[in-house]
Design a protein around this ligand. Structure first.
Ligand code: CDP
Ligand code: MG
Length: 686
């Protein structure tokens, strides 16, 4: 026997058990540990239970384990826990698998769009709320679950809201006391013994549980006592003009002047996070050697999942950790070790104007309750400090709480899914808060124009059903179906994958010229879509050539090097490649025709026009554009390859609102194509 292995073994074993011991200790010290018995009793007693508890008290990680240990999921059934965000589902599942001492994907697993780690033996399943909605399409009774926990309900994402309405129905249909007439759409299906009753738990971090309780017919709410240390709040004297710059200054101020403890900074998205990360790394070498011990860790949705776990690892001894996070760190994931919070006071939110039919992502001030949640992150393990980067009088002007997303988003996606679930009367659906009639009508109209609905407002066959099966925005699903007819599905798959991630172009402010030169070879005079395809293909070709010469391990390194040299954001491109693989699987399963138009980009552009006719804009005499559907005046975003070319007519994929309204991701089309390919809309307009 090789002695070296034997020699290593005890050491590793000791390390391993030391970590387990620490985890067990952490588990026991959580506020929730002392109320395990009471919680289990309440769950047994109540079909719907609302659990309110401060962030970090242990709700998400512990409650599913309590229920499993108490035998609340018998006969091979599953405890499902939904999260509004995929990062939370992924990181929490990993943590819980570790706590249980099992391999991820066995007893504990997660399933999120484009990534499923569960298996037949999974009993605790973390997933996104959107994913559970999709599962209902295949299994309307959600029969494999004995308990469903809707976590982070206070976030009120559109999926959470719709899910609660659906779960209410499913629970009724699975309860033994109901007569057929009561169960709405389910009366069409014969009920069977196998549908054992379903327990529902709604979990929330905000104290106000009234809305949920009322919605579920006066359901019982239990409050878990949290542990919160005092947090000193600091405001700026005057308003900041550039909150990224202000964040940067504050990070260094804390680092140089305050005692030990990690820093959590709330930014609005991947681009901001990456830009602050870069700025810190540039400034750091200018500090004296002994002050350079800062460890920067980003966390946002599109980060590859192995990198997401880095935020939970403690910094090396002597180092201070700086976590750059989106509002995911507000309540969804609890990161240990934080003593300082920097809150610029902004969040990226969806906004929808039903009159114009346009949805956009805009950066808006947080609500008061978000600001309080953020500052609370500094006081979990001891007294902390929160630096709000705005004057105190601004705080008083903030809204008390955030408006539910269902009131400010395009509803086509949700309506398509409800229709596929057999909910035909959308206006009559039991929403916890009803979206406006105007928003519903506008989205129905959009689905009709995309061919997903019949004249009677029912799901069309096959297009509507196919669209509902794809885990994409309806407009992208339709583009793939059309591309199959236009013989350019390969090109459209790449396009949709790249449009589903943040920009793949990496343009540091101080290297604009270099970046521009590097990406010039990809740019197409026809627009951004073909430019994106060119980048994707160039990268593939390069990797293919090189992978002959080297192993998989090296491919990753070569990939990053290629991206760096070409000023491409490797994180975004990698994410897009993953998504591409997944959607390709879906369309293959659906039997769509996977062909390429080769060099015939005219064909592809016609397909873009046929797909995105709702987002067309024509040039006006003064050089701005008029969006045809909404009549809004828009401009071409400076990042577009068509910025200077200004063609007569374009289709676009995104509207960005800053001081001006910009459109992004454009392709030049012929106006006549629109009337030819989308007569259902353009004939009507004329
Ligand atoms: O859901 P809630 O906010 O009540 O708490 P939780 O997410 O269950 O977190 C409980 C504890 O687990 C916190 O103290 C976290 O620091 C810890 N945790 C962790 O160390 N690593 C993770 N991946 C997730 C949670
Ligand atoms: Mg939680």
């Amino acid at each position: 026997m090789p002695s070296v292995h034997r020699g290593n073994f005890p050491n590793r074993q000791t390390q391993f058990s030391a970590r387990r011991q620490k985890i067990m200790q952490q588990k026991k010290s959580l506020p929730i540990a002392s109320v395990e018995k009471r919680l289990v009793k309440e769950v047994r007693k109540n079909d719907v239970l609302i659990i309110v508890g401060e962030t970090g008290s242990g709700k998400t990680t512990q409650i599913p384990q309590f229920l499993l240990d108490a035998g609340l999921c018998r006969d091979g059934r599953v405890i499902g826990i939904t999260q509004p965000r995929r990062v939370a589902a992924v990181t929490v599942a990993k943590r819980v698998a570790e706590e249980c001492g099992v391999e991820l994907g066995q007893k504990v697993g997660y399933s999120v769009r484009f990534d499923d780690t569960t298996s037949g033996s999974t009993r605790i399943k973390y997933m996104t709320d959107g994913l559970l909605l999709r599962e209902a399409l295949l299994d309307p009774y959600l029969s494999k679950y004995s308990v469903i926990i809707v976590d982070e309900a206070h976030e009120r994402t559109v999926h959470t809201d719709v899910l609660m309405g659906l779960l209410k129905k499913v629970q009724l249909a699975r309860s033994s006391s109901v007569t057929d007439g009561q169960s709405g759409r389910f009366h069409k299906m014969p009920r069977h013994e196998k549908y054992a009753p379903l327990k529902l738990i709604i979990m929330s971090a905000s104290l106000d549980a009234r809305a949920f309780s009322e919605y579920f017919g006066g359901a019982k709410a239990v409050h878990i006592q949290g542990r919160q240390f005092p947090v000193d709040i600091f405001y700026t004297r005057i308003a900041e003009t550039d909150y990224l710059d202000a964040s940067l200054i504050t990070i260094f101020q804390i680092h140089l002047e305050e005692g030990p403890g990690d820093i959590l900074v709330f930014l609005t998205g991947q681009e901001e996070i990456e830009s602050v990360e870069r700025l810190i790394n540039e400034k750091l070498p200018q500090l004296p050697q002994e002050n350079q011990k800062l460890l920067i860790v980003p966390i946002f949705a599109a980060l590859p999942s192995e990198q997401q776990m880095r935020v939970f690892a403690p910094a090396p001894s002597g180092f201070r950790k700086v976590i750059l996070a989106t509002n995911i760190a507000e309540t969804s994931v609890t990161i240990p070790g934080i003593k300082y919070v920097i809150d610029p006071g902004f969040v990226k939110a969806r906004s929808y104007d039903p009159g114009k039919g346009m949805e956009s992502l805009i950066i808006v001030p947080t609500s008061k309750s978000q600001a309080l949640q953020r500052s609370g992150r500094a006081g979990r393990e001891g007294p902390g400090k929160c630096f709000r980067l705005y004057p105190e009088k601004e705080f008083d002007k903030l809204e008390d709480s955030t408006m539910p997303e269902i009131k400010r988003c395009n509803l086509s996606n949700v309506i398509l899914q409800l229709k596929a679930l057999g909910v035909d009367d959308i206006l009559g659906f039991d929403f916890i808060e009803k979206p406006s009639r105007a928003a519903i009508t506008k989205s129905l109209e959009e689905l009709f124009l995309l061919g997903a609905l019949t004249d009677e407002c029912l799901l069309s066959d096959p297009v509507g059903h196919q669209m509902a099966r794809l885990p994409l925005d309806p407009i992208y699903s339709k583009a793939l179906i059309l591309a199959s007819e236009f013989n350019c599905l390969e090109e459209m798959l790449i396009t949709v994958a790249l449009l589903s991630v943040e920009s793949i172009f990496y343009t540091p402010r101080d290297k604009l010229e270099e970046a521009r030169t590097a990406t010039k070879c990809f740019s197409s005079p026809e627009g951004d879509h073909i430019t994106l395809i060119n980048v994707y293909r160039a990268c593939n070709d390069f990797l293919e050539k090189r992978s002959m010469e080297m192993g998989i391990a090296k491919t990753e390194k070569v990939f990053r090097k290629w991206c760096k040299e070409n000023y491409i954001n490797s994180r975004s491109l990698r994410h897009a490649r993953d998504i591409h693989k997944q959607i390709k699987g879906h369309v293959e399963q659906m039997g769509l025709n996977l062909s390429s138009c080769g060099d015939d980009m005219l064909q592809f552009r016609r397909c873009l026009a046929a797909s995105f006719f709702l987002n067309a804009a024509v040039k006006q005499p003064e050089g701005t554009y008029r969006a045809l559907a909404s009549g809004q005046v828009v401009q071409i975003h400076p990042s577009s390859v068509l910025f200077r070319k200004k063609p007569e007519c374009v289709i676009f994929n995104e509207l960005v609102q800053t001081n001006n309204k910009y459109v992004r991701n454009l392709t030049r089309v012929d106006y006549l194509w629109l009337t030819e390919l989308a007569p259902q809309y353009y004939a009507m307009q004329n």
